[in-house]
Design a protein around this ligand. Structure first.
Ligand code: GLN
Length: 481
């Protein structure tokens, strides 16, 4: 059984009767059993997955209507709720939390007969970019297990690139889908803000985050977007995409399209291998008929500071609910008064979440908000104005997804500011609500490099067409595991 096929190939094979969903899911679980000890992508595995796949096979045999996923095995980042299953956010605080309802994306995937193989690792509450901040231990990069897989949706990227599932859902607040996709050589796509419902995604910074697919091909990302996007009465920030078909015309090409090369994301501090891959990608796009030219987004230089100020503020408020009364790590009330009880409960947050909560309490506080939070909001609106101007001239923008190559586990964990800086190329899409996608483009010294494309809001179809065109220009080795 070839577990390395794409989602669309899987669907076709099952539809044609060449493979059964049950066999494929069973083999997938065997693979998880045999290699995940090394990779630690999974926090929990769905013991009912094979039974669920068998039910899909039965439907096919009896000629009943079958959903578009045909029993496809998908992994889910462990910050999205699946009814009656554990949703830990990789935190001690939610170690025993069982979700009482399905996230909208889960409902939609269930309706289309997807099979969830398990919940995958992340930095605690999606704060980080290496998975080293998971309370349950870091995931490993399948290209070299001494290296970080990126994050925070590291488990998603590892599970897709190491063939422990066919596709995965992650969440992207400041790059958490695109960064690990780049580090593990997968497609990672953050859609326009509002295109996918966040209902049932445990909030980190609601005003800018989105759920997004991690897949083996651009077509697979479009296929999943078709299923999970659209208006949701449970999330008032969703937009009506009029049931757009993102898969049709995906091979339209990019001839005549104008692409802006973001100056501030291709200079200072960028690794030379990453720079040369970016130049190479630009030449390939030019060869396909695109017109590429440099563009400056001056506010990018303040974007990381603004991003961490805004997200810490939202996180401070979102995480206030983990007070051990409604949610939280359980211990008896005896011997505490209110403050000492809450403070004891909060000790169950790991170091990164604690750091964000402290920052998030300080930066919007009376007397400091003008200097920090309000200034960050100004950067956000100026940056949005700048990128909107750029999209008057360009159809798409391009930059490397991450300015550096994957690094060793433990190498940067004690230097939070240098970790924050690595987000410089990804946070702009979140702060401005624009769609962006990371496409695997090259391998340097055995480590993957992804190239990022951006489009204007609601131009996701064009973005996917461009990503598809770029994807066709390279043929990369498969992960050596
Ligand atoms: N590294 C960023 C952060 O820690 C992004 C995380 C994310 O996108 N969830 O906030």
């Amino acid at each position: 059984m070839n577990l390395k096929i794409s989602a669309l190939e899987f669907v076709q094979e099952v539809q044609n009767g060449n493979i059964s969903a049950e066999d494929f899911v069973a083999k997938t679980l065997e693979r998880i059993q045999s290699i995940d000890e090394k990779l630690h992508a999974f926090l929990s595995v769905n013991e009912q997955a094979v039974d669920q796949a068998r039910k899909v096979d039965k439907k096919i045999k009896s000629g009943d209507k079958v959903g578009a996923c045909f029993g496809m095995p998908i992994s889910i980042k462990d910050n999205m709720c699946i009814k009656n299953s554990k949703t830990t956010c990789a935190s001690k605080m939610l170690e025993n939390f069982v979700a009482p309802y399905d996230a909208t994306v889960i409902t939609k995937l269930k309706e289309q007969d997807a099979v969830f193989v398990g919940k995958v690792n992340l930095d605690e509450f999606a704060m980080g970019l290496t998975t080293e901040f998971s309370a349950f231990g870091s995931s490993k990069n399948p290209w070299n297990t001494e290296y970080v897989p990126g994050g925070s949706s590291g488990g998603s990227a590892v599970s897709v690139s190491a063939f422990e599932c066919v596709a995965s859902l992650g969440s992207d607040t400041g790059g958490s889908v695109r960064n690990p996709a780049s580090f593990c050589s997968a497609i990672g796509y953050k859609p326009t803000y509002g295109l996918i419902s966040r209902y049932g995604l445990i909030s980190y910074a609601n005003s800018i985050e989105q759920i997004g697919p991690l897949t083996r091909t651009v077509k697979d990302a479009a296929f999943i977007l078709n299923i999970i996007s659209g208006l949701d009465p449970n999330d008032n920030t969703t937009v009506d995409n009029k049931s757009e078909d993102y898969l049709s015309d995906i091979d339209s090409g990019i001839e005549g399209k104008k692409i802006g090369i973001i100056k501030e994301m291709t200079e200072d501090g960028i690794d030379l291998a990453v720079l040369s891959a970016t130049k190479n990608a630009i030449s390939k796009l030019e060869a396909l008929g695109a017109i590429c030219e440099e563009v400056s987004l001056d506010m990018v230089k303040y974007s990381v500071a603004a991003y961490y100020t805004i997200t810490a503020t939202e996180a401070g408020s979102n995480l206030a609910r983990y007070d051990n009364l409604r949610y939280g790590y359980d211990f008896p009330l005896e011997g505490y008064e209110f403050n000492s009880y809450i403070s004891k409960a909060r000790q169950n947050f790991g170091p990164e979440v604690t750091r964000r909560m402290i920052i998030g309490g300080f930066v919007p506080s009376a007397g400091h908000a003008g200097k920090y939070f309000l200034k960050a909001l100004k950067v956000k609106s100026k940056l949005t104005r700048e990128i909107n101007e750029a999209f008057k001239k360009f159809d798409l923008l391009i930059a490397p997804t991450v300015p550096v190559l994957p690094f060793k586990i433990g190498e940067k964990i004690d230097d939070p500011v240098s970790l924050f800086q690595i987000d410089i190329n990804t946070v702009t899409a979140n702060l401005t609500g624009k769609p962006a996608i990371s496409v695997p483009f090259s391998i340097s010294n055995g480590l993957p490099i992804g190239i990022q494309l951006f489009a204007d809001s609601m131009n996701d179809k064009l973005l996917l067409q461009a990503a598809y065109a770029l994807e066709q220009t390279v043929s990369l080795p498969k992960v050596p595991i």
